[in-house]
Design a protein around this ligand. Structure first.
Ligand code: DLL
Length: 434
C-alpha cells in the first residue's frame, strides 16, 4: 500500500493547523502586497498594509476578491510570479467573456496534485488501484487534477477523458479499472450504458470520485447501485486550484477542506459579514500556499455550511456540506458554466429584447437547456420574418457563446410572464440543490 496518506497533516491538531495557517497567511499577504499591484491597491484603498495582518483572526479585515476582479485583471494582473516561473494554465468552462485563467508554478501543480491524491486515498485508493479518469482533459481542471493525484498515489492511471462510451467500457473491463473519476452525470450515464449492455459483472469498479457539479443524495444512491461502488464527492474550483480543494472520506458526510492550503470562511452573501461555524452562507477561500495565482478571500458564490464536528475517519480538517446553491445566477449545464447574461448578450446582438426565459431540465442523465425568446412586435408584424431561420441563427450564436447546444423556442410578444420584482430568467427543474 502506498504511504501517500498525509496523516500528520490531515489529522493534525486544531492548534497545529492554526499555526500553519497563521504563518502562511502572514507570508502570503506580504507576498501579494509586494508582488500583485492589483491587490496592493485594494489593500491600500482599505487602509491596510501587511503589518495589519498578524494571524487568521485578522483575515476579515482584508478585501474580498470576486469573479469581476478576475475579469478586470485578466489575464496577468493577479499573478504573483513572472510568467517565466509558471509552467501551466487551466481555465474554467465559461466562455470568452467570463473565462477565468489560473496559473501554476511547478510547486503549485505539486500541491494541487497532493490534494487530489488525498481525495483518492480517502476513497480507499492505494497503489494497487487502476484509476479511470473520465473528467475532461485540457483547460478543464478535472482530468489533469485527478490524473496527477492518481500518479502520486502510484495508481495505474487511465487518462480516458470524457466521451466515447464504448471505449470507456472496453478499457474499464479490459484493464480492470477500480476507481472511476468523472462528473456524477457522466457516472450515471456510464452506469446505465454498462447495465444496458449486461456488462455489470465484467467491471471491477469499487469506488468513484465525482464532482464539478451539484448532485443529490438520490443520485449518489442510483450511481452506487448501478455501478456497484461507493461514490465519493469532490469539490473544487479553477480559481483556487481545481478539484481537491475538499473531498469526502469514508463517512460520506461532507467534504474535508485541505486547510493546510486553503483557509475557508462562510460569509453572509449580502453583507459580507463573517458567519459563525454552522451557519449557512457563501464560501470564501484564501489560498495560503499558492505561488503563481494566490487569491485572498475569493468569493466562490457557492452556498454551504462548515462543520468542525469530529469525523470518524480521523481527519481533523474542517468539513463543508455539498454546495446548497449559488449566490449568483451561474448555472452549470452539461458541465459548462452558463450565465444568463451571456444568453442575453446573444439575444440583444441579434435584435431581440431582453424578454426570455431559460428552462433547464434533466432527461435521463443529460441536461437540456431551452431558451424561450419573445419576438419583438416588429418581428411578429413582419411577414417576411422567418422563424425557423431566426431560431437557427440564435442556436448557433448561443453555441458560439456558451460552447454547448441550447434549444431555442421563439414565442409571441408578451407571452413570457413579467415579474414585478426581479425577472425570473431561469427555471431550473433539475432540483440539484437540496
Ligand atoms: O469544476 C473543478 C472540479 C473538477 C471539481 C472535477 C471537482 C471535480 P470549475 O469548472 O471552475 O472547477 O467550476 C467550479 O463548480 O464553484 C461549484 O459551483 C461547482 N462544483 C465543483 N465541485 C462541485 C461539487 C471544477 N462537488 C464550480 N458539488 C464551483 C457541487 C460543485 N458543485
Amino acid at each position: 500500500m502506498s504511504n501517500y496518506y498525509q496523516e500528520k497533516i490531515e489529522c493534525a491538531s486544531r492548534e497545529q493547523i492554526l499555526a500553519w495557517q497563521n504563518e502562511r497567511l502572514v507570508k502570503q499577504v506580504k507576498n501579494v502586497y509586494d508582488n500583485v499591484p492589483y491587490y496592493r491597491k485594494k489593500m491600500q484603498e482599505n487602509g491596510l498594509t501587511p503589518d495589519d495582518i498578524k494571524s487568521v483572526d485578522d483575515l476579515h479585515k482584508l478585501p474580498f476578491l470576486t469573479k469581476d476582479d478576475l475579469r478586470d485583471a485578466y489575464p496577468y494582473d493577479l499573478m504573483a510570479r513572472p510568467v517565466s516561473d509558471c509552467v501551466r494554465i487551466q481555465s474554467t468552462s465559461g466562455t470568452t467573456g467570463r473565462r477565468v485563467v489560473a496559473f501554476y508554478t511547478q510547486n503549485d501543480l505539486d500541491l494541487w496534485e497532493d490534494c487530489c491524491a488525498r481525495a483518492i486515498m480517502a476513497a480507499g485508493g492505494t497503489k494497487e488501484d487502476v484509476v479511470h479518469v473520465s473528467y475532461g482533459y485540457g483547460l478543464f481542471t478535472g482530468g489533469p487534477g485527478l490524473n496527477g493525484g492518481s500518479h502520486k498515489v502510484g495508481c495505474l492511471t487511465l487518462p480516458m477523458s470524457s466521451g466515447n462510451t464504448e471505449r470507456q467500457i472496453q478499457f474499464m473491463t479490459d484493464l480492470g479499472s477500480t476507481i472511476l473519476c468523472c462528473t456524477p452525470s457522466y457516472a450515471a450515464f456510464l452506469g446505465e450504458a454498462i447495465n444496458e449492455r449486461g456488462m455489470k459483472d465484467k467491471i471491477k469498479l469499487k469506488a468513484g470520485i465525482f464532482g464539478a457539479e451539484a448532485w443529490t443524495e438520490e443520485m449518489r444512491r442510483d450511481i452506487e447501485k448501478s455501478l456497484g461502488i461507493k461514490a465519493y464527492d469532490i469539490y473544487g474550483l479553477t480559481e483556487i486550484s481545481g478539484p481537491g480543494v475538499s473531498f469526502e472520506c469514508s463517512e460520506q458526510q461532507g467534504m474535508h477542506i485541505n486547510e493546510d492550503h486553503f483557509i475557508a470562511e462562510i460569509i453572509d452573501p449580502n453583507t459580507g459579514e463573517v458567519l459563525p461555524e454552522g451557519e449557512k452562507g457563501e464560501l470564501v477561500f484564501t489560498s495560503i500556499t499558492k505561488e503563481a495565482f494566490p487569491l485572498i478571500r475569493y468569493r466562490t458564490r457557492d452556498i454551504c455550511v462548515l462543520s468542525r464536528k469530529k469525523c470518524s475517519c480521523g481527519r481533523t480538517h474542517v468539513k463543508m456540506t455539498k454546495p446548497m446553491g449559488r449566490s449568483d445566477d451561474m448555472l452549470i449545464v452539461k458541465g459548462v458554466n452558463v450565465f444568463p447574461s451571456q444568453i442575453e448578450t446573444v439575444l440583444i446582438n441579434q435584435g431581440y429584447a431582453a424578454n426570455y426565459q431559460i428552462i433547464v431540465t434533466r432527461q435521463g442523465n443529460s441536461d437540456r437547456i431551452v431558451v424561450q425568446v419573445e419576438l419583438t412586435p416588429e418581428m411578429a408584424a413582419d411577414s417576411s420574418f422567418n422563424k425557423t431561420t431566426a431560431a437557427k441563427k440564435l442556436v448557433s450564436g448561443l453555441k458560439a457563446m456558451l460552447g454547448i447546444l441550447a434549444e431555442v423556442e421563439l414565442v409571441d410578444p408578451k407571452t413570457i410572464a413579467r415579474s414585478e420584482g426581479k425577472a425570473v430568467r431561469v427555471i431550473d427543474k433539475r432540483n440539484l440543490y437540496k
